[in-house]
Design a protein around this ligand. Structure first.
Ligand code: MUC
Ligand code: MG
Length: 367
């Protein structure tokens, strides 16, 4: 039951269409497959999606930090020594996606070793989540057509609309077009990826006051703590901290400082162990959470739904679990399926998924 070897394998899968948002755009999933091998011959997997514009990580940096720093510290530890695993990883600052993928792959191999599903090990609250779909920047009619297609094909009725452009009327117009086309029964919320100043954010929320937006995520720069606190005091829309709350310490600052009222939990950056820590922090402080998406592929999404369904607080509202639909292909032997607006947790030990060796051979970029 010991960690025998940790691999970090780069792969690249193109998107059908790019996802565009205020802090960047994604055309290809240049991710890293992390495999943790146990000395019993079992293998746990997870994926690390680099988001340079948010955390400074790249595919190359993730491979380097795992290969040169993290893996050598962890090989030889028992799969059950999770506190020691984290104490050793925490000697190195930053690198959230690299650490998160190691953490989740460790849970996967632990589940396989014990012959138990990871979601059951984490909390086992339910076996599925409602899905929220993210709509990126495009002309209004294209955004509307995408939302309608996703609703009609997958039964999804919750949409996160990317905002944060200038002039702000671009996004106000897009949200207005979406509400008009989709009607009152869909849930709409917005994510600015730090694109607006507090005054632009306030003006935009005022201009959209009749659109019944349920949440406003990270509209302003993450470091603009006072500006974001001013915005919270001025709007009735709950404000979600995403890039400003990437660690338990930042979550404390956001909630106690009053610069956000809710927290986005992303397994791609805090794995299962630290996401649970954040979740318990939020539960203790009476703050709601959203299960977010770091533009994950199917493997990352399988991890996210395993976590989200495992806990009451994350399962309460739709999780952001559909970005993989924009990818041309993926690595799993059995693809994830969203239907009736829901995604089910995979059954089977660990994460309940297998990597297709032919697909990996095709998409890996290191051979
Ligand atoms: C989100 O919630 O911001 C966009 C960039 C990123 O890191 O995640 C996505 C979605
Ligand atoms: Mg966000």
């Amino acid at each position: 039951m010991k960690i025998a070897r940790i691999e970090a394998i780069p792969f690249a899968i193109p998107y059908r269409k790019p996802l565009r948002f205020a802090s960047g755009e994604v055309h290809t999933a240049d991710h890293v497959l992390v495999r943790v091998h146990s000395d019993d011959g079992l293998v746990g997997v997870a994926e690390a999606p680099p988001r340079p514009y948010t955390y400074g990580e790249t595919q190359e940096s993730i491979i380097a930090v795992i290969g040169k720093i993290l893996a050598p510290e962890l090989v030889g530890l028992s799969l059950l020594e999770r506190e020691t695993v984290h104490a050793r990883m925490d000697r190195t600052v930053g690198n959230p996606a690299a650490k998160a993928a190691i953490d989740m792959a460790l849970w996967d191999v632990l589940g396989r070793t014990l012959d138990v599903g990871v979601s059951a090990l984490l909390g086992g609250f339910t076996d599925r989540m409602r899905v929220s779909h993210m709509v990126g920047f495009a002309p209004d009619d294209v955004m509307v057509a995408e939302a309608q297609r996703v609703r009609d094909t997958y039964g999804i009725t919750t949409f996160k609309v990317k905002v944060g452009r200038r002039p702000v009327s671009l996004d106000v117009g897009a949200c207005r077009a979406l509400r008009a086309a989709l009607g009152p029964d869909v849930e709409l919320y917005v994510d600015g990826n730090r694109g607006w100043t507090p005054s632009e954010a306030a003006r935009s929320l005022d201009a959209m006051a009749d659109l019944d937006l349920t949440l406003a995520e990270e509209l302003c720069p993450a470091d603009d703590v006072l500006g974001r606190r001013w915005l919270v005091g001025r709007t009735g829309v709950p404000t979600v901290a995403d890039e400003s709350a990437t660690t338990p310490a930042e979550v404390t600052r956001e909630l106690l400082g009053g610069s956000a009222t809710m927290i986005s939990i992303k397994t791609a950056r805090t794995g299962f162990t630290t996401s649970q820590q954040i979740l318990h922090q939020c539960a203790g402080m009476g703050a709601e959470v959203v299960l977010g998406n770091q533009i994950d592929g199917q493997l990352g999404t399988a991890c996210a739904v395993a976590f989200g369904a495992a806990h009451r607080l994350t399962a309460r509202r739709a999780g952001e679990l559909s970005n993989f639909l924009d990818m041309r292909d993926d690595l799993l032997t059995v693809p994830l399926q969203i239907s009736g607006g829901e995604l089910a947790v995979r059954t089977g030990p660990g994460l309940g998924i297998e990597i297709d060796p032919d697909k990996l051979a095709h998409y890996r970029t290191d051979v």
